[in-house]
Design a protein around this ligand. Structure first.
Ligand SMILES: N[C@@H](CCC(=O)N[C@@H](CS)C(=O)NCC(=O)O)C(=O)O
Length: 314
């Protein structure tokens, strides 16, 4: 685990001096669009073209997982190739070391993901994260912010043979944003705030609202199959990537153990429903998920032992 400082890699754990984990803002925020025009907030545009871009992911990472799901649902496999990093993230950060499911890095034969970051921006300071969208044409990083990447993939390739489907439909945007605004801080990021806390109070301050949100979601999903508008939207996709990791990883490794998802009938049924959407199951790799967390976070799990359970229930 580490970060780039003035273009040099430094092996360093997260800064949690007051006991709390804070996620840093993503560094690269350009936009992929059908015509190369700017993003919704004026971000610099890159034109969608078959094969021009490459998506770098970790199968373990819930943020990268969102982008893989939207890529699958929109049928972008042939338009947008993917590279997969090794599940273990230790002193060099994400790597392309050989391993089951890991793909060799094609742009520069890099061993470490941070080499791509410094190729795009020499001298950069910041974290080296997945997902990452690389532009082969301009040898640049378009974006490393998953919440924005899924909105780009939702529309950018529509004229190039993407499958129909809109996961952020105009009339539902307010309601989707409303759900995301609760689910992101308390749950998607809440599990990390619990797991990386270094004081009892920071841990408890994360876990309590996390389970309040799970209770709230259980109630919503007892009445409806989907979170917003009676149809699958990005709000469901963003929830799913955390729920599917919950019992195998967050319950034990991150100490989010008031209850399991298996104890919530509606949340469990929702996760199973998501798994059954064609294309989704193939994006879920429990081997990378479990091994990443238990083998990488040596401050939390010094032996690197990966628990055998739970028995998979989806
Ligand atoms: N805001 C980013 C967060 C991405 C992120 O934090 N990814 C994690 C993996 S789950 C990562 O690469 N962490 C490496 C690090 O923080 O050094 C997004 O949603 O795309």
């Amino acid at each position: 685990m580490g970060l780039l400082v003035d273009g040099e890699w430094q092996d360093r754990w997260y800064e949690t001096s007051d006991g709390e984990f804070r996620r840093e803002e993503a560094t690269f925020r350009d936009w992929l669009s059908a015509d190369g025009g700017p993003g919704p907030d004026g971000q610099r545009g890159h034109r969608a073209e078959p094969g021009r871009y490459r998506l770098y992911v970790s199968y373990a990472c819930p943020w990268a997982h969102r982008t893989l799901i939207v890529r699958a649902l929109k049928g972008l496999e042939d338009l947008l190739p993917v590279s997969v990093v090794h599940w273990r993230m230790l002193e060099h950060g994400w790597t392309f070391e050989k391993g089951l499911g890991v793909t060799p890095e094609p742009v520069m034969g890099a061993t470490y993901l941070h080499q791509l970051y410094t190729r795009a921006r020499p001298g950069m300071t910041g974290r080296v994260t997945v997902p990452l969208l690389w532009d082969h044409a301009s040898d640049a990083i378009v974006s490393n912010e998953s919440s924005e990447l899924i909105r780009m993939f939702n529309a950018a390739y529509d004229g190039l043979g993407a499958r129909p489907g809109d996961f952020y439909p105009e009339p539902l945007r307010g309601a989707i944003d409303g759900v995301n605004d609760r689910v992101y801080p308390t749950l998607n990021n809440g599990v990390y705030r619990a797991g990386f806390a270094t004081t009892q109070s920071a841990y408890e301050d994360a876990v309590r609202p996390l389970f309040d949100t799970l209770d709230w979601l259980e109630e919503r999903l007892s009445a409806e199959d989907w979170l917003v508008g009676g149809r699958l939207t990005e709000a469901d996709i963003r929830l799913f990537t955390t729920l599917v990791r919950f019992d195998p990883v967050y319950h034990g490794h991150f100490k989010c153990n008031l209850r399991r998802i298996a104890d919530y009938p509606a949340l469990h049924a929702f996760t199973a429903r998501m798994m059954d959407i064609p294309g989704v199951r193939e994006t879920v790799h429990f081997d990378h998920i479990k091994r990443h967390y238990y083998e990488s976070h040596r401050t939390i799990n010094p032996t690197g032992i990966v628990p055998l359970g739970p028995i998979e229930s989806y």
